[in-house]
Design a protein around this ligand. Structure first.
Ligand SMILES: Nc1ncnc2c1ncn2[C@@H]1O[C@H](COP(=O)(O)OP(=O)(O)O)[C@@H](O)[C@H]1O
Ligand SMILES: [Mg+2]
Length: 256
């Protein structure tokens, strides 16, 4: 078991009293899996990812990577957020190198590593461009290259395609599946988009809301990952089951 979330609870103290956001979350992720956690807005997805990333700590319970309890952020976990987090004044190359610079890597080494990961995401020709010169999908590919450059064991993504239009989102789905197959990296992604989760992942945690709990763990076995599969009944069955699970716990999950 590579990444484990064990009996995790997260409460926040608010003016109205104690807000229970995550309740008794248990998850386990093997190396090389592509896992999605799906829940309505407000079900605690970002809060869960922040605990896994080590940006915040659980009220009770723990997150383990291998045998180590997570106590803070680390290079073994790469993060990609929904909103573009590139520095607007830095080139694509400089943005990709940024984490490596913080780790104290030499200039040549970080240039080579960043160039390699920009080629992995297909953006070599844009190394000298500024973020404002790129489309939304390209910016997210830079964010993914930056996360990969530290060679994390797991890529943690918080609704990474949520701000993209439908067509860009489809091409990013193809891109991330291809990347996952080529690099054999472990991916843990959260999303409110049911179809996205069914299309991309090999296992899904369906989250109920208020408080966020794991409603069900679903294995996804699709015969292929072509977009045409979305017209087939096997895809619809997974989607409908997931929609029903989420519907009883919030109205904000969407099918597309
Ligand atoms: N630091 C915080 N203090 C108080 N409440 C918070 C804090 N962070 C998140 N919440 C609350 O936790 C709930 C879940 O938020 P979030 O994890 O962002 O959900 P999601 O990502 O699924 O939309 C929301 O009701 C939000 O207001
Ligand atoms: Mg969120």
């Amino acid at each position: 078991m590579y990444l484990r979330v064990i009996n995790l609870h997260k409460h926040f103290q608010t003016q109205a009293g104690t807000l229970v956001v995550l309740k008794d979350i248990n998850m386990s992720i093997e190396q090389g899996e592509f896992i999605c956690a799906v829940g309505a807005s407000g079900s605690g997805k970002s809060t869960l990812l922040r605990q896994i990333a080590g940006l915040d700590s659980p009220t009770t319970g723990e997150v383990r990577i291998g045998n180590k309890v997570v106590t803070g952020p680390g290079p073994d976990r790469g993060m990609v957020f929904q909103h573009y987090t590139l520095y607007p004044w830095m080139t694509v190359q400089e943005n990709t190198e940024f984490g490596l610079k913080l780790q104290g890597m030499s200039k040549k080494q970080r240039r080579d590593k960043a160039s390699y990961y920009l080629s992995v995401v297909g953006l070599t020709q844009f190394a000298k461009s500024l973020p404002k010169e790129l489309s939304g999908g390209m910016k997210q590919r830079v964010a993914i290259a930056r996360a990969l450059a530290s060679e994390p064991k797991v890529l943690l993504m918080d609704e990474p395609f949520g701000a993209l239009d439908v067509h860009t989102k489809e091409s990013m789905h193809e891109f991330i599946l291809d990347l996952w197959q080529r690099t054999e990296i472990t991916i843990f992604m959260i999303t409110h988009d049911v179809e996205e989760a069914v299309f991309l992942s090999n296992r899904i945690y369906a989250l109920g809301a208020r408080p966020g709990t794991v409603r069900k763990e679903m294995k996804i076995n699709l015969p292929n990952r072509n977009h045409q599969i979305k017209r087939h009944s096997i895809f619809h069955d997974y989607r409908d089951e997931l929609m029903d699970l989420l519907r009883s716990h919030g109205q904000e999950a969407v099918a597309a």
